[in-house]
Write a new protein. Structure first.
Length: 511
């Protein structure tokens, strides 16, 4: 169905490799939404690698975001008024000028959401400010999530969600020039699971050459071994009373697979004996180091020089874990028993090492510190150091500015960088961090700083601060007054020095 556009707007038409699309002029940009980059992954394509989109005749209206992939509910709640359907694999484009002669830099956003939720149509990912402020083209994309995209299923390729991302980047390579972008100047950027995806793409042979720069915001260290993925896949299928095979699971509607994941997640913390460090994350999905799609861990691949020609910006937020503590109703009230369990499970030198390194720290603070270090902080820093070891160049940052909500108790928590980067303070998770209030001049200035640094990096490879090295360890500290200083988490860095992030194992096979 054609949705009428504003009467005063010109509706430009761009011809892609498989058909023409009509966008809308909005706020000085032209925006195209819901363009298929692959066939709907249903029917014979269910659990398969993505297939190229079929050609269409005439002009396709690209006014509305495509339907989100089947997924868990997030902080933003259900998809609401978004389109429904199975055409999950779509891209959206914001461009200052859909002119093939423009050849502007391109930024491709990969959203986060624990590999089980999120979609490019979320208001929090409205890319108009990035495209306008940076005078460049921004692409956002959907990819398969949860069991559809990441669960181990016998007879299906591993990491189907990552393969979707590669297919979207191939679409950018083949089509973005028609939208005014330069396919030779592509930067991928992502946060949380999106940053884990960026790290994986850096290590994937199938993604080589599809981008020349990368930004990874809060890289999770959670990658699964094939054994762990297989065991979790079996447990997920069992929640639906089935075997983890294409034949069995293909008979279920996608929404039923989402329910299977939702049923397993709360049981995971009780299975540390079997699933180890993965168990308390209550997330049964992650990229799998399967030896084929993802041959080795990103840290090892980068240290071996796999992406030495790709410039990298990578960093994390100082208080990442506080978001999850707040969501669990435990913000600021973690006791000694839970702190001890976390230290024993995650601290590389054991519980005593953390207690000695942070003398006088409360149980709550030790818990928050080791969780943040293990899940995001040290994986992010080590990615930069691995890239250096492999001959690449990396710029590192840390966000230390606290979210205004809850009288600052959230600190610089996980995902705070997203509304700051996009300038979407009143949408999605931005509502949580900013209480729906007008952002302060301080918040607006920091938001501008994020966008100017990220877009400068996309244009030139220089975000505006020195590249990281292992002598001075200079990083951009993003706060009310941003400064370049030695990495602020030196105590944690030393605790994790020499630690290797390896695929999370299956630690037990008991019933």
């Amino acid at each position: 169905m054609t949705i009428p556009g504003p009467v005063e707007s010109v509706e430009p038409v761009v011809r892609t490799a498989v058909g023409a699309v009509r966008g809308r002029a909005e706020d000085g940009l032209t925006v195209f939404r819901g363009i298929p980059f692959a066939e709907p992954p249903v029917g014979e394509g269910r659990f398969a690698a993505p297939r190229p989109a079929r050609a269409w005749d005439g002009i396709r209206d690209a006014y509305a975001f495509g339907p989100p992939p089947p997924q868990d509910l997030g902080i933003a709640g259900p998809a609401g008024a978004l389109p429904q359907g199975d055409d999950w694999l779509t891209v959206n484009v914001w461009t200052p000028e859909p002119d093939p002669a423009a050849r502007r830099p391109v930024m491709v956003w990969i959203h986060g959401g624990a590999y089980k939720l999120g979609h490019s149509g979320s208001p929090g990912y409205d890319a108009r400010r990035i495209a306008a402020d940076g005078d460049l083209v921004v692409v956002t994309l959907n990819y398969r999530l949860g069991m559809e995209g990441f669960a181990h299923i016998e007879g299906a390729p591993a990491n189907r969600g990552l393969l979707d991302q590669v297919a979207a980047l191939e679409w950018v390579r083949d089509n973005i020039a028609a939208f005014g972008g330069d396919p030779g100047r592509v930067t991928v950027f992502g946060e949380s699971a999106g940053a884990g995806s960026v790290a994986a793409l850096l290590a994937m042979p199938s993604a080589a050459g599809l981008f020349g720069r990368a930004v990874a915001q809060s890289v999770p260290g959670t990658f699964f071994s094939p054994e762990l993925a297989r065991d979790l896949g079996t447990a997920l299928a069992a929640e639906a009373g089935l075997r983890p095979t294409v034949a069995d699971l293909g008979a279920l509607a996608p929404e039923q697979l989402v329910k299977a994941g939702q049923a397993l997640a709360p049981k995971m913390p009780g299975r540390v004996d079997r699933w180890g460090q993965a168990a308390p994350t209550v997330t049964p999905y992650a990229p799998v180091v399967d030896g084929e799609v993802l041959p080795v861990m990103p840290w090892r691949a980068l240290a071996a020089g796999a992406a030495r020609d790709v410039d990298l910006v990578v960093g994390h937020n100082r208080d990442e874990n506080r978001l999850f503590s707040m969501m669990a109703g435990k913000l600021g009230v973690i006791g000694e028993e839970r702190a001890r369990a976390a230290l024993r499970l995650y601290a590389p030198g054991g519980e005593a090492a953390y207690r000695a390194a942070f003398p006088g720290a409360s149980a709550n603070d030790l818990y928050e510190r080791v969780q943040t270090d293990w899940l995001f902080g040290m994986p992010s820093l080590h990615l930069a150091e691995a890239h250096l070891a492999g001959g690449g160049r990396a710029h590192v940052y840390q966000l230390t500015w606290p979210a205004p909500a809850a009288d600052g108790a959230l600190g610089a928590c996980h995902a705070l960088d997203v509304p700051l980067l996009f300038g979407t303070f009143g949408a999605d998770i931005g509502l949580l961090f900013f209480d729906g209030a007008e952002p302060s001049p301080q918040a607006l200035a920091l938001s501008d700083r994020f966008r100017s640094s990220w877009t400068a990096f996309a244009r030139t490879g220089d975000p505006g601060w020195p590249a990281y090295d292992t002598e001075r360890r200079l990083v951009q500290v993003l706060d009310a007054e941003p400064v370049v200083a030695p990495y602020p988490g030196e105590t944690s860095r030393r605790l994790w020095e020499g630690h290797e992030f390896t695929p999370l194992p299956l630690v037990g096979r008991g019933a």
